[in-house]
Design a protein around this ligand. Structure first.
Ligand SMILES: N[C@@H](CCC(=O)N[C@@H](CS)C(=O)NCC(=O)O)C(=O)O
Length: 215
């Protein structure tokens, strides 16, 4: 039995939960997940029992609580150095950390206007100028990474890293609110992420959640 528990929100909606969850799954790290539905009167009290910020995700490992998606990813990187969760090269790792922080602290317009809705697709939602700016910046980041690292593999830095986990919910949002006019390179990257077994498993969970809500 794993001594690691990840507390998450609804799979259809909780983009922050998806990030460390997919990192754990994709990296084949054994963990137990506990889903706390976010829209219930008791949600806040229940989350606060496990996460001091009152937000999910939160990871509890051997009695240590780690909250905040990026904080959890960094903790996992410390715990499993052999998994190479960040790129090995220091300068490239710095870029990976910068774009991950940019995702973590930025793109408020995109996040607000296009919330993750994992099971929906092709809703053709018009992007405001502010949302378009966020989208363009993300496309620029992905294109810069793919151009520079494509020869090492299909992910942002060639091999899968925390940066891919941080941007995974954006791939879902582009699917939900698109179609967008994207270059082949960006489409390929989105397809790489969307077809990962970890993403498919999350999607199955999200579908089941929706079915249970409708039952
Ligand atoms: N900066 C935090 C943001 C976490 C966050 O906003 N989580 C949302 C769900 S995606 C939450 O817990 N909301 C509480 C609620 O809706 O009751 C992180 O990176 O983990």
């Amino acid at each position: 039995m794993s001594d690691m528990t990840l507390y998450i929100g609804n799979k259809n909606l909780s983009s922050w939960s998806l990030r460390p969850w997919m990192l754990l799954k994709h990296s084949r790290i054994d963990f137990r997940e506990v889903l706390i539905p976010l829209d219930k009167p008791e949600s806040n009290a229940e989350i606060l029992r496990h996460s001091p910020s009152g937000l999910v995700p939160a990871l509890v490992h051997n009695g240590q609580t780690v909250w905040d998606s990026l904080g959890i990813c960094e903790y996992l990187n410390d715990l499993y150095p052999e998994k190479n969760l960040w790129p090995a090269d220091r300068k490239i790792r710095a870029v990976a950390r910068c774009i991950s922080s940019e995702m973590h602290g930025g793109f408020p317009d995109l996040r607000q206007a296009w919330p993750m809705n994992y099971t929906r697709n092709a809703m053709s939602h018009l992007a405001s100028p502010a949302v378009s700016n966020d989208i363009q910046r993300i496309i620029d980041i992905w294109s810069m990474c793919r151009k520079r690292f494509h020869q090492y593999g299909p992910f942002l830095f060639g091999q899968f890293s925390i940066a891919d986990a941080m941007y995974a919910p954006v791939v879902s949002r582009f699917r939900t609110y698109g179609p967008l006019d994207l270059s082949d390179m960006v489409v390929d990257y989105c397809q790489t992420i969307w077809s990962l077994p970890a993403m498919r498993e999350w999607g199955e969970g999200a579908k089941q959640e929706i079915m249970m809500e409708g039952a």
